[in-house]
Design a protein around this ligand. Structure first.
Ligand SMILES: NC(=O)c1ccc[n+]([C@@H]2O[C@H](COP(=O)([O-])OP(=O)(O)OC[C@H]3O[C@@H](n4cnc5c(N)ncnc54)[C@H](OP(=O)(O)O)[C@@H]3O)[C@@H](O)[C@H]2O)c1
Length: 256
């Protein structure tokens, strides 16, 4: 078994990022041969630099990269160019499983430039010849502060008071690592947190623990990443795989 694992090469694109670095650690600890690929390690999926070398004899590619810029055209350019380059290089070495991390509700958020780019990324994967698994995760607890920042005007943060079921980055990484070494589902797997909240309530709690004085206002007209959302847009369907970490215990750990 150990020998089998050490012969199975898994390339993690975005392997230096929040989720990617955790996926790399988990797969390494399980004995797989793991390569963390990102511009920092000399692999750029947009320019193609270092890509064919990194993918040599790879069995699985896990794409947990993100665009450095979230402006509409930049993010579309990033996910389409990067995904095309990846899939072409994977086909050349007969990669057996392409795993990509996307977001619960992506298909319901096409008013947003970021989510149009994630939809385009998913369509490229679905129409490629590589067996795949697309993991739809809910928002990470770690993302709440950045979300408050992009929803702020002065000292007010306006967010829609919709249902929200975020999860710890650690649990996202565990699920991605588990799915990466399983068989391709050739479809979408949904993952989420163990509890549901209202989005405004959670942003308020996160900012309070950071002693951030901004006022969080639940506003039904407020947009989420540029898109209108309804009560259940951001939560998974009932058969999602759930992470274990509760928000309060994550908050306590984050504060420590
Ligand atoms: N935020 C959320 O709540 C949420 C929820 C569900 C799903 N997601 C998805 O999760 C994924 C990962 O998010 P994250 O927060 O872990 O991202 P992150 O911490 O920002 O990391 C992004 C990674 O992408 C790499 N990267 C950037 N440009 C690259 C390029 N040209 N070629 C190769 N790698 C490149 C970065 O490498 P360098 O460090 O070298 O630049 C870094 O390793 C995203 O696709 C996102 O859509 C996010």
């Amino acid at each position: 078994m150990t020998n089998e694992r050490s012969n199975m090469k898994i390339v993690v694109i975005g392997g230096t990022g929040l989720i990617g670095s955790k996926v790399v650690n988990k797969l390494n600890a399980q004995g797989y041969k793991v390569v963390a690929a990102s511009p920092d390690t000399g692999v750029n999926t947009v320019t193609g630099e270092g890509l064919s070398e990194a993918l040599k004899s790879a069995s699985v590619v896990v794409d947990v990269s993100d665009s450095p810029l979230w402006e509409d055209n930049a993010v579309m350019e990033f996910f389409t160019t990067s995904t095309r380059n990846l899939l072409t290089n994977e086909a050349a070495v007969a990669v057996g499983h392409h795993v990509a991390l996307s977001v619960v509700g992506t298909d319901r958020l096409s008013e947003s430039g970021y989510f149009r780019a994630k939809i385009a990324q998913e369509e490229l994967i679905e129409s490629s010849s590589i067996p795949y698994s697309i993991v739809h995760a809910t928002q990470f607890f770690e993302f709440l502060k950045k979300f408050a920042d992009i929803s702020s005007a002065g000292d007010k943060v306006r967010v829609p008071p919709v249902f929200f079921q975020p999860m710890a980055a650690e649990d996202v990484a565990s699920a991605v690592a588990r799915i990466a070494v399983g068989p391709p589902v050739n479809g979408i797997v949904e993952i989420g947190g163990p509890e549901q909240f209202r989005l405004d309530e959670l942003v308020r709690r996160r900012l309070a623990t950071l002693n951030d004085p901004r006022e969080v206002i639940g506003d039904a007209q407020a947009l989420y990443g540029g898109a209108h959302v309804s009560l259940k847009t951001l939560v998974p369907y009932i058969n999602a795989q759930l992470g274990e970490t509760r928000f309060e215990s994550w908050l306590t750990r984050a504060a420590a």
